[in-house]
Write a protein that binds this ligand. Sequence first.
Ligand code: C2O
Ligand code: CU
Length: 480
Amino acid sequence: MHVRRRQFLQSAAALGAAFALPAGAAVPARKESRIELIPSEFKVALDPASPKKTSVWSFNETFPGPVLRFRRGDRAHITVRNQLPQETTVHWHGLRVPNAMDGVPGVTQLPIAAGGRFDYRFDLPDSGTFWYHPHQASFEQVPRGLYGALIVEEDKAPKVDRDEVWVLSDIKLDEQMQQVEDYGRILDFANEGRRGNQLLVNGLVAGPERKIAVRSGERLRLRLINAASARFFKLSLEGHAASIVAWDGQGLATPQPMPADGITLGPGMRVDLILDCMEKPGSRFEVREAGRPKASATVLGVIDYSTQPPVRGKALATSIVVPPNAIPEPNLDKASDHYIMFQGGMRGAPTIGMIDGKPSRIQDIMAKQGLAWTMNYNAQHEHALMHEPLLNLSRGEHVILHMVNETDFIHPMHLHGHFFRLLAVNGIANPQREWRDTVIMGARQTMDVAFVAENPGEWMYHCHILDHAAGGMMGTIVVE
Ligand code: C2O
Ligand code: CU
């Protein structure tokens, strides 16, 4: 396996970016959008009310990176010029791109050297709420600030008056409001991951100053993206009944009411909400962390009504259904079963796994090797060239993937290049069977998902707690 990949990477290097023609280029794209993304280090005011500036790594000197907007069917041509002091790549989380455009160093491309460039070109077959971030040392590069929203608009979007994007994240700051540069600690790899001590909404400190301006009577679409490297966000909306219309960018056939006790987004996940803002002009309502007493819950922002009279007296009656994308439907009757089991972590049963061909007790070698987790009894360094794939699937294969979490930890599991239907949790059927690209696998839980292995290549399958990914929860699934 690794020999073939080495050859591939060598030829990729020899040909430069020009080799990467899109798969399925038969349909002429509506329009090619050319964009430059320049990751670099610069200073920003996280709190506009404070004179202190914080050094971050982000794109195009905005933090988070710019919101990239496309229409479904467009072609993207994105040139990344790396001005960071490290190698990097950009991964387009949730986009079904050709494998060579997926932005995974050592697997789909060579890392972009400091000062180097890479051209990403791909079609956008799916509408939805997506995001982008590096896949190189992501446990460091993402929390430093390298992330941004990527929106692909539907041909027939539900009618709304406002479309807002909230990139949720956190940052670990010292008293000088500078980032604490303690990335890569085994204590974080083997536990809940490295969390920040300050919540951010669109790169600004969370709080009542983060306003979503609305006018009474308006219908609002709110796209939430969890770009934090380890934090789960559970949030609730005061005074409003919202509907979940999409998970991970994919519209639900039947929108679901947002649970009154809040909605949880694991790292990497997105949700689109639609709500009718029918309250009085001049009123305000908090968006806050749910699941804790009001007094101690962080206010992320507010829905802030203007004093203008209502635009309409009754909520819009038009449909809020986000039209589906054309994702091949897995046929469960003919699907093959595959299993991936997860073990490890600082707490819980001792774990024996294969490390460099030798059975070892994970808890004993953690500190030395930086590995804390196994998948199917293997602990591997992320993107290692010697990786054996977790699964080898044939192109067009219908797959039921049974995920068995034997750890005492929660893991948001993400598959590249594909969407899967969430069939069951702990053996209990999920009636919605919605599409996802990232799913929260609870501690000691099993989870069954199904998909058609349609996109050829070697795809990452990993925990989106980026410290866990670096600590062994990163593998690949080959489709050929
Ligand atoms: Cu959002 Cu492999 O990543
Ligand atoms: Cu994890």
